[in-house]
Design a protein around this ligand. Structure first.
Ligand SMILES: *Cc1c(COP(=O)(O)O)cnc(C)c1O
Length: 380
């Protein structure tokens, strides 16, 4: 039996292989069995391997939830009494970090930065200099709303220079853009199974330094369910998740990791870049313009400006493509009409070429002029 193949160009969940889909079909098992604990332990070790952590230094703590649960967990669990958080806010995902801190009533400094260019490290250094009570610096690695790539290594170095931890949300870059926790100065990063590893939704993980997690044992506990140390400690001492894990999603993740290591870090990143190159070529051919300069893009998300054409209607074009097996996604930039094409998932350049055929058909069908019209003359 094969499942109809859909090409997801949204920023996750991503297109998966059939082998990953079928890995979920397993005999029923109680997740408290040792057999299942062993699967989780192996999964955790493999997740650390992806970012080149040594198992004695780093661990991956598993949680049942969508990716945002890791933002919540890291931010609420890793701030000691009397310390402040520093958030580099340059997109909707780092903005979510601020919302989490507000929800907990935790003290933080928000460094609002432009959303279309990497932040100026001098501004971050200034904030660290002026506030010796900063416990951690938090920055999104890849702002999925715009496709902006942030300089984690530089900012991680700064955090460490001033004695703060560095936490980065790598949900939309992990297992795609090569990351090395030592080289990139990462104390904590995070991801979710439906993105980089091309698994199923419902499993997320925080990958972080064991010594700092141990240290956080005495930090204020602001959540029962979403506490990093509690989950870590429970797993370390019992080999099980504290509460019920997403059993079938974990089987799928195990298969996804097998396929990840078979493809290899470098080859996988090359494939994603090949997909993005095909996206850029398709855009250029139609005259579509992007929000960000290509040099500032992650290579995984392209945020495209809506054409200035009276016949352009995102929903109609979306529906036309969707009915033909391709999913495109609205943008996440306030008050700006954008949509996104993403290079995540088990897809390759020929899928993008097939997509642009359908997309062009949709434009013709609704009378959107090609080359695409923009009223301003600015490049972008
Ligand atoms: C997808 C994503 C998340 C998690 O989103 P969920 O909808 O909770 O899975 C978090 N951060 C970034 C940067 C993301 O791209």
């Amino acid at each position: 039996m094969s499942v109809e193949r859909k090409i997801l160009l949204n920023p996750g969940p991503s297109t998966t292989t059939d082998t990953v889909k079928y890995a979920q079909i397993v005999p029923d098992i109680c997740p408290r069995e040792k057999e299942f604990g062993d699967i989780m332990a192996e999964l955790s070790r493999d997740l650390v391997k992806i970012v080149h952590g040594r198992p004695e230094d780093y661990t991956a703590v598993l949680f049942c939830g969508s990716g945002t649960i890791c933002i919540d967990i890291t931010l609420n669990s890793l701030l000691d009494q009397g310390k402040k958080a520093l958030i580099v806010n340059n997109g909707s995902y780092s903005d979510r970090g601020c919302e989490v801190l507000r929800a907990y009533g935790m003290p933080f400094i928000e460094l609002k930065q432009p959303i279309d260019v990497p932040p100026d490290p001098a501004i971050i250094e200034d904030a660290l200099k002026q506030n010796p009570d900063i416990g951690y610096v938090y920055m999104t690695h890849h702002e999925t709303g715009t496709g902006l790539l942030n300089p984690i290594r530089e900012v991680g170095e700064l955090a460490h220079k001033y004695g703060a931890f560095f936490i980065t949300d790598t949900t939309s870059s992990y297992a795609m853009i090569p990351i090395d926790v030592y080289r990139d100065q990462v104390d904590f990063c995070m991801a979710s199974a439906q993105k980089g590893i091309m698994g199923m939704t419902g499993l997320s993980y925080v990958i972080g330094r064991r010594d700092l997690i141990e240290k956080s044992k005495d930090f204020p506990k602001r959540s029962y369910y979403c506490n990093l140390y509690l989950q870590y400690h429970y797993f370390e001492t019992t080999g099980q998740m504290h509460l019920t894990p997403p059993v079938q999603t974990i089987y799928a993740a195990r298969q996804a990791l097998k396929e990840y290591f078979e493809e290899g870090e470098e080859r996988k990143w090359e494939r994603h870049q090949r997909v993005m190159k095909a996206i850029h070529e398709g855009e250029d051919e139609l005259g579509l313009r992007e929000m960000l300069k290509r040099e500032n893009q992650s290579g995984l998300v392209s945020a495209i400006r809506y054409p200035d054409d009276p016949n352009w209607d995102f929903d109609r074009v979306h529906d036309y493509c969707y009915e033909r097996g391709f999913t495109i996604y609205p943008g996440k930039i306030e008050k700006k009409g954008t949509f996104r094409l993403c290079a995540l998932g088990a897809i390759d350049e020929e899928d993008i070429r097939a997509f642009f055929k359908v997309f062009k058909e949709a434009l013709n069908h609704y009378g959107v002029q090609i080359p695409i019209r923009y009223t301003d003359r600015t490049e972008g």
